[in-house]
Design a protein around this ligand. Structure first.
Ligand SMILES: Cc1cc2nc3c(=O)[nH]c(=O)nc-3n(C[C@H](O)[C@H](O)[C@H](O)COP(=O)(O)OP(=O)(O)OC[C@H]3O[C@@H](n4cnc5c(N)ncnc54)[C@H](O)[C@@H]3O)c2cc1C
Length: 441
């Protein structure tokens, strides 16, 4: 059908077949579309807007490349060998899984996405999403502790100078280094204009004071990327990003959050008292912090979306196996059509969630705008993983509710996927804003 998509594509780099072009323009001229529709699909409305929809070439291929399959298989094998056997232990104790983290570093999971010139693997967000799904299928808490480094290093990759990248990222690729992203504060969650951690410029350095909360890998990280205001009256325009070693004088770790789920990931309060930050550790220009944070989180949300797919997939697999084995009313549960339909719905939602995550990752890696796609994936997949884990637990009946089975952990871990890196209203706001732009409103 030749409708809006035709005009969207026409603004991109895609060759539209001659016949399609002729029919669509004839329809426009002949008044086959209502005036409102003509206005809506007018090519001028999309001029200058490069979204993945308006510019993406139509070269769809749902098959992973041999390298991507090899990556997926090696991370899947790693997860089965190193993560699954110890996931319940770390969940119970809340200890930080150092051993797993070290092995994950050796496998390249901390550095795959860093450009080759700094010693990384030079892979894209798409490959990171593939790896995250696999780790999350074993334990999302460990996935969070590993993948938070993608967020922690994003400000450097996006806005760091060559000197900073060389100084930090080359050693980062050589030995295990944890980098935390310190944005949230007790009074500033979804609303970053309330950030009150402040930095005062003192000639050749800054002095940082304030506190952050809910910091993943807080207390175990080697570096903190801290977002602080230089002038609170400027709101988000006053924010600036700084990098500081975690052992700098004046940095203290506060309370470790006693969490409902994802208990193997450390989440802590961090206090900064007169912390001296040399000017060469400022990332980007003064006042650019908010933009840097938004771009970093937008990229990292794709991993969160992929993580949701991993948790949901494992929950569905447990439910499927249980339904096949469990006999009630002289037949396996899987014989009941109602049970089949519930499993079918889970599988469909998981597939849709994976494609949303992959599409956002693909748009990022191809250089298209991806903010809307990233928020769609994060928001939708957070709901999918909650629905699927709840349904799957239900299919295990009383066993699902028992700590002797993995379902309750999956459901507890899933809840965080809706909360961190922005709750739902934030994503719906981003999606609507982009939508309105695309349609020229
Ligand atoms: C385990 C964990 C790890 C985390 N790791 C990190 C980290 O490494 N670094 C970091 O900086 N932060 C981290 N966070 C913080 C996380 O990103 C925030 O918790 C999240 O952004 C939400 O902020 P908040 O908790 O202050 O909730 P609030 O912003 O107070 O939101 C509370 C409720 O209000 C709703 N709400 C908010 N705004 C609106 C609105 N405009 N319209 C309608 N409803 C709204 C929300 O949907 C939510 O239901 C982590 C949090 C947790 C729990």
């Amino acid at each position: 059908m030749i409708t809006l998509a035709f005009y969207e594509r026409r603004n991109g780099s895609v060759e539209i077949p001659f016949r399609e072009r002729r029919i669509a323009s004839r329809r426009m001229r002949s008044g086959a579309y209502s005036p409102e529709r003509r206005r809506l699909i007018s090519p001028e409305r999309f001029q200058g807007r490069k979204t993945s929809e308006t510019t993406a070439p139509i070269r769809i291929n749902f098959e992973l490349t041999p390298d991507q399959k090899a990556l997926r298989d090696s991370v899947r094998a790693f997860t089965q060998r190193e993560i699954v056997p110890v996931a319940a232990y770390y969940d119970r104790t809340g200890e930080f899984p150092w051993e797993v983290v070290r092995k994950a570093f050796d496998l390249g999971l901390f550095t795959n996405y860093i450009p080759k010139k700094y010693g990384g693997g030079g892979l894209g967000v798409f490959e990171t999403a593939i790896a995250t799904e696999e780790i999350a299928a074993g334990c999302m808490a460990m996935g969070t502790s590993i993948m938070i480094n993608v967020l922690g290093t994003a400000p450097l990759l996006l806005a760091g100078t060559e000197e900073q990248k060389g100084r930090i990222l080359i050693p980062y690729c050589r030995q295990l280094t944890l980098v935390s992203f310190c944005f949230t504060e007790p009074d500033a969650g979804s609303d970053p204009s309330r950030i009150s951690t402040h930095a005062d410029f003192k000639g050749d350095h800054y002095i940082l004071n304030g506190s952050k909360c809910f910091i993943t890998n807080g207390g175990v990280a080697d570096y903190y990327v801290v977002f602080a205001t230089l002038d609170k009256n400027k709101g988000t325009k006053g924010l600036t990003a700084f990098l500081t070693p975690s052992d700098s004088e004046g940095i203290k770790t506060g309370k470790i959050l006693n969490k409902m789920g994802q208990r193997a990931s450390n989440t802590a309060e961090i206090f900064f008292e007169d912390v001296k930050i040399p000017i060469e550790n400022r990332i980007g220009a003064e006042g650019e912090g908010y933009k840097i944070a938004l771009q970093s989180i937008s990229k990292s949300r794709i991993n969160v979306a992929a993580g949701s797919v991993g948790i949901a997939r494992t929950a569905m697999e447990h439910a499927l196996r249980h339904a096949q084995k469990r006999v009630q009313f002289n037949q396996s549960l899987a014989n009941f059509q109602y049970v089949q339909f519930r499993l079918a719905d889970m599988a469909t939602q998981i597939e849709a969630a994976r494609f949303l995550a992959w599409r956002a990752a693909w748009a990022h890696d191809q250089g298209y705008r991806y903010g809307k796609e990233s928020s769609m994936a994060k928001d939708f997949n957070g709901d999918v993983v909650m629905k699927v884990t709840s349904e799957a637990l239900d299919l295990l009946g009383g066993y699902g509710y028992s700590k002797d089975y993995p379902m309750e952990k999956l459901m507890r871990d899933a809840k965080l996927m809706q909360i961190y890196e922005g709750p739902s209203p934030i994503h719906k706001t981003i999606i609507y804003r982009e939508l309105a732009k695309e349609y020229g409103f």
